[in-house]
Write a protein that binds this ligand. Structure first.
Ligand code: GLN
Ligand code: ZN
Length: 761
């Protein structure tokens, strides 16, 4: 009986990697210092798992930025624009691809499945030359070995890598990246040979795309790839790992027939149908890596239930072939409960973070061998029972109100075109109105003020004065820049979800429950443990204050229910839609209070609506229905003259455009600039969009400052497919992570570009 961990968080329990990366990028520390912090993190993770007793410990799940980018580096698939000249890829080239540099923009970044993690999308074409250009997997394996830990090196599998790539600039859109399989396999063979030579006995190839809807051509690519790799893999044990959903029947057949493979890993938390496939047909003599401990959530495992599942699988696969595992990499959960000082003991007893999940996996593995830790199992059972019966979890009134919403419809009475006319009479905006997405740079000083206020080190009065000062600076700056619709800059917010969660009931907060979002960026998702309600207004005070400082319209700034849901750790004891309706009702009250407070433009961010989309198409309609309904609930009762904006952090919504229209917002601002106009193609293809729309005109994820010409060029491209009177001009996301010396010139150029085009129309 054995235990296995699919992957582990790389940021460190106190985000050590984040700080090391940012110091390095800012030129405040050396490459050696960054490497030292990273090596220390890796070593402590390996030692921790080994001390717990985990048999199959992963390596190469560390990354300086992203594991897909690491694979691009391994394959030497560096796009030409980074002028890489060969040899081992160093920090310069690597971070230029990730973040752009002074002269070249970054590669595109997009969501990893339905998580809030973003990966760097490989750009490939018929002329891409592959070469073995990063030995990281082997180096990490050896590093662990030198520490006395024999690990399982993890690679992203060749088919998943290719399916997650896109045609490079200048390459036909129809180019099939899978056609490069024969070119990448030789590099995989080299890596595998080197791992073998270094002493590896197992390797893990992650092929999570197998959980998606794949046609037979794509499935065939898996068979072909692994047949081709078979001889290189001989002498090695290979586990092909899947996660995030069920493996559909056809894919299951393909997967379990792959050549050269010793074991298969499945997410048995989200993949309940997979269990049926396994029971009815699991190949003899192969290992089953049973992912029963949830890597996507923070709840303590129901050990008794997991043990029952495992015991049922035991006779199917054989005692010595069953490996207890996590449902996916633990990088999607928080790191260690030990560092939580803010949570009370009752809530803490309901939780397990990555470090605790490692212990759970091991406890289950031991229980299967007959050495069950009875005390551990019974305290787990007691904690689960206390959660089920806790009065902190249930609020009857909220339950009733949310249940009543299901099945009914909520819409604003007047159609959007008439509402826009009514709003324009009031707001009097120029054509191509300019705005920003909400946040302005968060300076060290500002973060200090917020931190000290939270720690009760400065008074409420001093805190309010400091935030007021900041808002007034941001308002003045926007007036100087001549932006049309202003924002207050969100200086009082640490995070767009946390800020609301802290003021809503039913949420709990961690001190260090960070999860990587992209690069060095981490988020600290709130934990929704109980029924949600809003005891009092959350943003009205600041929005009214900001509006009082200017005669221009000031946007109220809220986070929408679907985004709050998708960026939180949610309850696993009721359906997601039920929790979402509860949040929608709370936000609705806030919208009404803002309107009553004289705020005429209210932005309700739904940055994460798309990422909640189930991985399987058959489940999309149901999700979109309740998600869009939840958004409409928040603003269905307000005046025609109140303008509702929403914002989304992605542009590939060709497939959900009807749902976006159905949200019925007056204006939508969308990320666009890193995605090569995918967005505009929707409108070019004839979709009628009558509401206001602001596709981002420059990329805020990069320090690069766009020129006026470049922005004007983008706007003109948009005007070619969108009506002049509905187009807005704005950056593609909030400015929180940028610095003022980047934001000022960038926004100056943005406003100049809008003005320039206005004169040309
Ligand atoms: N209003 C938020 C901000 O500007 C939106 C952030 C987001 O879309 N991720 O920071
Ligand atoms: Zn955004």
């Amino acid at each position: 009986m054995a235990s296995h961990i699919v992957g582990y968080p790389r940021m460190g329990p106190k985000r050590e990697l984040k700080f090391a990366l940012e110091a390095f990028w800012d030129g405040k520390s050396s490459a050696e210092e960054l490497q030292k912090v990273s090596a220390d993190l890796r070593s402590s993770i390996w030692k921790q798992m080994s001390e717990v007793g985990i048999k199959y410990i992963p390596s190469n799940t560390f990354s300086y930025y992203d594991q897909v980018l690491d694979t691009t580096a391994m394959l030497g698939a560096v796009p030409d624009r980074y002028s890489w000249t060969g040899g081992e890829i160093g920090f310069d080239t690597y971070f230029s691809m990730a973040r752009g540099n002074a002269s070249v923009p970054a590669m595109e970044m997009t969501k990893w499945f339905d998580t809030n993690y973003h990966y760097i999308v490989p750009e490939l074409g018929p002329n891409t030359k592959f070469s073995y250009a990063s030995h990281k997997a082997v180096t990490e394996y050896k590093e662990a070995k030198a520490l006395g830990v024999d690990t399982v090196p993890v690679l992203i599998g060749p088919v998943t890598y290719l399916l997650f790539s896109k045609p490079a600039k200048g390459v036909e859109k129809s180019f099939c990246t899978l056609s490069l399989l024969d070119s990448v396999l030789p590099i995989y063979k080299e890596v595998i040979a080197e791992l073998k030579a270094a002493g590896a006995t197992w390797i893990q190839l992650d092929e999570p795309t197998l959980v998606k809807d794949l046609d037979s051509k794509k499935l065939d690519a898996f068979s072909k790839a692994y047949s081709e790799l078979e001889s290189s893999l001989s002498g090695l044990n290979v586990v092909v790992e899947t996660y995030f959903a069920d493996v559909p029947a056809e894919a299951y057949k393909t997967l379990t027939s792959l050549k050269g493979v010793t074991g298969f890993g499945f997410d048995l938390v989200r993949g309940t149908n997979t269990i049926e496939h396994i029971k009815s047909n699991f190949p003899a003599g192969k290992y089953l890596f049973a992912g029963v401990v949830d890597g996507r959530n923070i709840w303590a495992n129901d050990l008794a239930a997991s043990l029952t599942i495992l015991q049922a699988l035991e006779p199917v696969v054989g005692k010595d072939k069953l490996v207890v595992s996590t449902s996916c990499s633990l990088m999607h959960t928080a790191v260690d409960l030990v560092n939580e000082t803010k949570l009370d003991d009752e809530i803490k007893s309901w939780l397990a973070f990555a470090a605790q999940k490692v212990v759970e996996v091991n406890a289950l593995a031991k229980a299967l061998t007959g050495t069950k830790d009875e005390a551990f199992f019974s305290s787990n059972a007691a904690a689960l029972a206390s959660r089920r019966s806790s009065p902190r979890v249930t609020n009857e009134e909220v339950q009733k109100a949310a249940t009543a919403l299901k099945g009914s419809d909520h819409r604003r009475a007047t159609p959007v075109s008439a509402r826009l006319d009514a709003q324009q009479k009031n707001l009097n905006l120029p054509i191509l109105p300019t705005t920003t997405i909400g946040s302005f740079p968060q300076t060290v000083e500002l973060r200090r003020v917020r931190r000290e206020y939270k720690a009760n080190k400065i008074s409420e009065e001093n805190y309010t004065a400091a935030i007021k000062e900041e808002i007034s600076k941001v308002v003045k700056l926007q007036e100087e820049l001549d932006i049309d619709v202003l924002v207050h800059g969100e200086p009082e917010r640490n995070d767009m979800v946390e800020y609301f969660g802290e003021q809503l009931s039913g949420f709990a907060f961690t001190a260090n429950g960070w999860v990587q979002s992209y690069g060095s960026r981490c988020v600290k998702p709130p934990i929704i443990y109980g029924d949600v309600s809003r005891p009092k207004p959350m943003t009205v005070f600041w929005s009214k204050m900001a509006q009082s400082m200017t005669s221009r319209p000031m946007k109220g700034m809220l986070t929408g229910p679907v985004t709050i849901l998708n960026w939180s750790f949610v309850r696993n004891d009721q359906p997601r839609f039920q929790t979402c309706y509860q949040i929608a009702l709370a936000i609705k009250k806030e919208v009404e209070d803002l309107e009553a407070g004289g705020i005429q433009v209210i932005q309700i961010d739904e940055a994460a609506l798309r990422e909640g989309l189930p991985l399987r198409k058959s489940e999309h309609a149901f999700y979109l229905d309740w998600a869009v309904h939840s958004f409409r609930i928040t603003n269905c009762g307000i005046k025609d003259t109140t303008q509702i904006h929403t914002h989304m952090c992605y542009s590939n919504f060709n497939d959900i455009i009807q749902s976006i229209i159905d949200m019925d917002a007056d204006v939508i601002t969308i990320e666009n600039s890193r995605s090569d106009e995918k967005l505009l193609s929707v409108f070019r293809d004839g979709v009628k969009y009558g509401a206001g729309i602001g596709p981002g005109v420059y990329d805020i994820h990069s320090p690069r400052i766009p020129s006026t010409e470049e922005i004007a060029d983008r706007v003109n491209k948009m005007l070619a497919v969108l009506d002049t009177n509905i187009l807005w001009v704005n950056p593609d996301c909030g400015l929180k992570t940028r610095k003022y010396n980047e934001v000022k010139p960038a926004l100056t150029n943005m406003v100049s570009a809008a003005k320039l085009i206005r004169t040309q129309l």
